[in-house]
Write a protein that binds this ligand. Structure first.
Ligand code: DGL
Length: 268
């Protein structure tokens, strides 16, 4: 079985880990949350690139066979460097604007992501590959990540801020919304409350994990097993609170895995 590293600025990547545990429960995982430094979306490109490279290097040094950079912002700013530096498969996440353009009926798509992701060369290069008959309403979700990090994904304050950010998307009549930050799937309830049931929400976790699965199949023979692997949660801020948030936010049954939480002391 493989050891897989999953890295995010904080708890957002738990949405990707959740899907990984659903599709690939037999593997062992290290989930690394750099919550002491979240949100990354408000940091400089250089800082994000350097920090992401350091933390992915740390995961590789712990024996990870593959790493999922479960952060759109870190992927946009650092994936190239990480891939150039480390010799294991590195899977990134990107706002799902391509599937959104394909699924939208009225060709009006909202994209909610961090300012850094929306401004990045990588995102804009991806945008340029799509036909221009689709209109993308881009909106930075300033302030949402800290609220989710502090365990307030479902609070009234979050709903109010979300309503403000979603207004231009709603006014434009978008029928599809891209969740362009891995923290945002945890706002699904609020988004549905504000935009209704009919809007299509695009979250790329499932596709990202399928990509991870393909990479693992290239690396090693996959032996079918009913066993569930171990999950180690590492936080640069507070390991107890990371574990509590994982139990609260994820739908995976963590009791069927050997779970441990530790502070990321050496990398703070
Ligand atoms: N989960 C990160 C992302 O997907 C959050 C970015 C942040 O920390 O600002 O972009």
């Amino acid at each position: 079985m493989a050891l897989i590293g999953v890295f995010d600025s904080g708890v957002g990547g738990l949405s990707v880990l959740d899907e990984a545990l659903r599709q690939l429960p037999q593997h062992d995982y290290i989930y690394l949350a750099d919550s002491a430094n979240a949100p990354y979306g408000e940091k400089s490109s250089d800082w994000i690139a350097k920090r992401s490279l350091t933390l992915c290097g740390y995961l590789a040094s712990k024996g990870c066979d593959a790493i999922v950079v479960a952060c759109n912002t870190a992927t946009a700013e650092a994936i190239k460097q990480i891939r150039e530096t480390l010799s294991i498969p590195i899977i990134g996440v990107e706002p799902g604007i391509k599937p959104a353009a394909m699924q939208s009926q009225n060709n009006i798509v909202g994209v909610l992501a961090t300012e850094t992701t929306l401004k990045s060369d990588k995102f804009n290069a991806l945008l340029n590959t799509l036909p221009n008959d689709c209109q993308f309403i881009r909106q930075a979700g300033a302030g949402l990540v800290p609220l989710i990090e502090s365990g307030n994904a479902d609070s009234e304050e979050t709903l109010e801020l979300l309503a403000k950010h979603l207004e231009p998307i709603q006014d434009a009549g978008a029928d599809t919304l891209v969740l362009g930050c891995t923290h945002y799937p945890f706002l699904r309830k609020g988004i549905r409350k504000l935009l209704g049931e009919s809007i299509t929400l695009i979250d790329t976790s499932e596709a990202v994990v399928r990509q991870l699965k393909r990479q693992l199949e290239n690396l090693q023979e996959v032996i079918p097993t009913v066993q569930h692997g171990a999950v180690l949660f590492l936080s640069s801020k507070n390991e107890e609170s990371l574990l509590m948030m994982a139990q609260d936010l994820m739908s995976a049954d963590l009791t069927s895995h050997a779970v441990e939480a530790r502070i990321l002391g050496e990398m703070r």
